[in-house]
Design a protein around this ligand. Structure first.
Ligand SMILES: [Zn+2]
Length: 137
């Protein structure tokens, strides 16, 4: 990744976090994806009064990127005020496994942006369900 450093992507996620809409939990999360060509797409979590409709920052960023025609993601950074950085939930891990399977996942606490923990998507969701078996359709 020549154009976008780990630190730069984490900072982009931290900036995106400022636009989180989290009136219920107050847990603001920002995410930033970078493509192979160096484009950065961000997102933040959006909560609903009907809690189940809430969407995580990672998925907002991913849907934002996918619907803008972006593919080939090299990394995703996720930032929130959480010790050690926020770990993606199961739903986000599933979507990352489908659409960003080779991305590095970088998480950081918003109070310590230079301390970044790194994972692979495969580490976060081993033996992922990726596609509907052909025999079942
Ligand atoms: Zn999630």
């Amino acid at each position: 990744m020549a154009k976008t450093s780990k630190c730069g992507l984490v900072r982009a996620a931290a900036k995106a976090r400022q636009q989180a809409v989290a009136p219920y939990s107050k847990f603001k999360v920002g995410a930033a994806l970078v493509t192979k060509s160096g484009e950065i797409v961000t997102g933040a979590n959006v909560e609903s009064a009907s809690y189940g409709l809430t969407c995580c920052a990672e998925r907002v960023a991913l849907f934002n990127a996918l619907t803008a025609g972006k593919r080939n993601f090299l990394a995703v950074a996720v930032v929130a005020r959480a010790p050690g950085g926020p770990m993606p939930c199961g739903a986000c891990r599933q979507l990352l496994a489908e659409y960003a399977p080779h991305a590095r996942v970088w998480v950081a606490d918003s109070r310590a942006l230079y301390t970044v923990r790194e994972f692979s998507v495969r580490e976060l969701l081993p033996a992922a369900f990726i596609e509907v078996p052909k025999e079942s359709v």
